[in-house]
Design a protein around this ligand. Structure first.
Ligand SMILES: Nc1ncnc2c1ncn2[C@@H]1O[C@H](COP(=O)(O)OP(=O)(O)OP(=O)(O)O)[C@@H](O)[C@H]1O
Length: 260
């Protein structure tokens, strides 16, 4: 007990700041990996750590030696396993607010055009992949696309994705409320848990959003279903009102964050 009161007595303001900062970083890491595969991997690492301590206490020397060697390179293992999450966290540092400069009215109009285009394309079984940039810049993924820089309209989106349009292959990217690029090639997800029913269009939407905080709208050519993908997670079978609601929520959270 004496030791504890000594610690409290010797505590400096800088120590409190130090503890606060570490707690904040741990909290942000938990928020970042919540609901992703990283959580399962972290649990796996926790089990290995438990076996490591148990092998030391129980005198299982060979097992302990083996795990000791493994855990001595744990930093490298963590970097390899969590490379996507680390990349996403670092990208968050260099934020690039999507809706800066857009008024609420312009935001509303943009959402209306996106919903209208998605419903029209779904009804006509036109496959589409629309990516909306949020905080993290998407420049890395725009190199192979065709530059447009046009006002977002339902008619323009529908014409781009018409099967005979030269730009229909790939994704369109919306940055700061403008339709910036079409025909973009996105990274495919390597997640083995994705349903086999989903092809490359859906996998590209999942793959990109595993890496960055963008929102992707996917219209399936095969089924006419509309899906929305954020953070590597897909929500399928949206109708126009649920799509509008989800988009509003995602965009409003952008504004709320910006005002902080
Ligand atoms: N890496 C990629 N980045 C962007 N778009 C892609 C990528 N790979 C495929 N696509 C788009 O997806 C189309 C092929 O979709 P595919 O049928 O394989 O996927 P799907 O998920 O089953 O979609 P759908 O339900 O519309 O058929 C391609 O014509 C192309 O436009």
């Amino acid at each position: 007990m004496d030791g504890f009161s000594d610690v409290i007595k010797n505590l400096r303001w800088l120590d409190l700041l130090d503890i606060g900062l570490v707690a904040f970083i741990i909290y942000r890491i938990i928020l970042l990996i919540k609901g992703t595969r990283a959580v399962q991997m972290l649990l796996g690492l926790a089990v290995i750590l438990f076996v490591y301590v148990a092998s030391q206490v129980g005198g299982l020397y060979t097992l302990h030696w083996l795990l000791d060697n493994f855990l001595s390179s744990i930093i490298l293992v963590i970097i390899v396993i969590f490379q996507n999450d680390i990349r996403r966290a670092l990208m968050h540092v260099g934020r690039n607010p999507f809706f800066s400069g857009l008024s609420y009215r312009e935001e509303g109009e943009l959402i209306d055009e996106l919903v209208k285009a998605s419903v029209v394309m779904a009804n006509r079984r036109i496959g589409a992949l629309i990516v909306i940039e949020r905080d993290t810049g998407l420049k890395d993924f725009l190199e192979v696309g065709t530059e447009l820089d046009a006002r977002v309209s339902s008619d323009l989106l529908t014409s781009i994705f018409l099967p005979y349009s030269p730009l229909h292959d790939g994704a369109v990217v919306i940055q700061q409320g403008r339709l910036k690029q079409a025909g973009c090639f996105l990274p495919l997800s390597q997640n083995p848990d994705i349903s086999k029913a989903l092809g490359t269009r859906h996998r590209a939407a999942i793959g990109l959003t595993e890496l960055v905080d963008a929102v992707a709208i996917v219209v399936s050519e095969e089924t006419g279903r509309i899906s929305i993908v954020v953070g590597g997670r897909i929500t399928r079978d949206l109708d126009s009102s649920s799509l509008k609601r989800v988009l509003k929520r995602l965009l409003e959270s952008q504004n709320a964050r910006k005002k902080k």
